[in-house]
Design a protein. Structure first.
Length: 149
């Protein structure tokens, strides 16, 4: 291969490599869960509202956690409480990514929460199916009613 051909091919290789690298990291693909899996893999199932979030330093190594607060309306599975803490991702000022779940203050619905194994008393919403907006929650509650008994 001549040097002239190499100069022509290298930019194309770099462009294609960049295209595949950035596209592979820019899109999330979530595997769907059945209602049975969703209920079984949720330690806490509630209806409630997201009332806000804040960064806190609660671990021994002073690692920052962003915690969201849910005001509980009704508990269907798990320990009853007035509020629940969930881990959220701080996306302020950053481009939105498809692998990050973002909740807004006042967002209300049905929450299927998974316990954070590393931080006792904190829950995860690590899949889009773990939150069902209020307008759809009655249909979902009917679908999982037998699974909750």
């Amino acid at each position: 291969m001549s040097l002239k051909n190499l100069y022509f091919i290298l930019p194309w290789i770099a462009m294609l490599s960049g295209h595949f690298y950035f596209n592979a990291n820019a899109q999330a693909m979530w595997t769907g869960m059945t209602d049975t899996e969703l209920v079984k893999n949720s330690e806490l199932i509630i209806t409630g509202s997201f009332i806000g979030s804040t960064p806190v330093y609660i671990t021994a190594d002073k690692k920052r956690l962003n915690l969201g607060v849910l005001k509980v309306e009704k508990t269907f599975k798990g320990k009853k409480s007035d509020i629940v803490l969930i881990r959220v991702t701080d996306q302020a000022g950053l481009p939105q990514r498809s692998d990050i779940l973002i909740y807004k203050t006042g967002q209300t619905g049905l929450w299927f929460l998974k316990e954070d194994r590393h931080n006792k008393g904190i829950y995860l919403v690590d899949h889009p199916q773990r939150f069902v907006p209020a307008r759809l929650q009655e249909r979902k509650l009917q679908a999982i009613d037998k699974l909750l008994k």
